[in-house]
Write a protein that binds this ligand. Sequence first.
Ligand code: SF4
Length: 375
Amino acid sequence: MSGIYIHIPFCREACHYCNFHFSTTHSHKQRVVGAILKEIELRKNYLPSNKIESIYFGGGTPSILFQSELDAIFNEIYKYFDVVEGAEITLEANPDDLNAARLKELKKSPINRLSIGVQSFRDEDLKWMNRAHSAKEAIESIKLAKQIGFNSLSIDLIYGTPNLSNEAWKENILQGIDLGVNHISSYCLTVETKTALSHLIEKGKIDPLSEEQASQQFDVLIETLELNAFEQYEISNFAKDGKYAVHNTNYWMNKPYLGIGPSAHSFNQTERSWNIANNILFAEAIEKNELPLETELLSMANKLNEYVMTSLRTKWGCSLDYIETNFGYKYAEQIEQQAYPHLLKKHLIKDGQTLFISREGKFFSDGIASDLFLL
Ligand code: SF4
C-alpha cells in the first residue's frame, strides 16, 4: 500500500519562520492546479502498487483551494488509483479558512481528517510569527470542525518562541487538549536560512533562540501530554486513543509515496525524487508533458541510514533483526557498536534486539541517529 501527497504552494501570509515552498501571489493558482491534475495522470505508474491507504494535502495552505479544485484533484486520483476503503484523507487547513460553510463542504468530500495549523492559542505569538489568523479563530475552527463531525483532528503547536514562558506554553497545550483534539504535532521553532526570522536575528531585532528554553519546553510538552493520555509515538507527534497519523507513520515505516505538485518529494523504495520548487517552471514543464524533477537512486547506505533515522524517532524503535535481515549481519553489529556510547549515557535503551531513544535522549534524537549512520 502507498500514499499520495499533494503540495498546494499558496499561503495568505508568509510566516516569519517558514522555509516551505509557497507563494503569497495567487494569480497562478488555477494554472498550478491544472498542472497538478495532469501530473497525477503522468505519474500514475510511479508507485509499486496503485492501492492507496492515505492521501495528504499539505503545503503551503491547502485550505485555500476552492471545493471545486479539491473535487477535481479527487476525481483524478480516483481515476488512476485504487483508494482503499477507510483510507486516511487529510487536509492541512488554517483556522481563518474554516468557517461553518467551508467545513460542511469539506465534510461532504472524501476528507476525513483535518490538520489545523494553530501554532499557538496566544495572539502575541501569532502576531510575532506573522500568522494570518487570531487565537479566537483557532479555537472557533476546532469547535466548529468537531460540531460538523470531524472526529480525527490534529493541531500543530510551536514552542521555543522568545516570549513564550514555560507556563504559557503549558496553557497552550492544555487549551488544545480541552478542545478535544486527538492528535498534536509539536515542533520547536528553528531558524532556517533565508527566512524573515533569520534576517531579524541577524539585524539584532530579535534575540537568538534559547536552546535551554527549547529543551525545557520539550519536557513540558511530553509531561503535559502524557498526563492527559496522549502517547508520544514519534518525537514530535502525540496521539490519543491510538489515532496515529497513517500517512506520516507510513513515511517513517519506509512505505512508498507519490508526491505531486511543486517541491513535492516522492519515494518508491528504490529512488527518491523531488519536483522543482517553482510554481511557474513546474506548470510550464507539466504542460509540455515533462516531469520537472530530480531523482536520486538510493544506495544501500542511504537506505540503512534512513531506516535508522526514521525508526529511532518512533515508539517502535530501530530493530537490529530488521537490519540483519534486510542489510546483513555485519551492519547490525556495526550499528550496535556505534550505539554503545549512547547506551552508556542512557540516551539509548536496548530492549531485546531493538534500540529505543530514552526520554533523556529525545531532545538529541537527530544527533544520536547520525552517530549510528554508515559512512
Ligand atoms: S501557512 Fe504554513 S506554509 Fe504558509 S507560510 Fe505559514 S507556516 Fe509556511
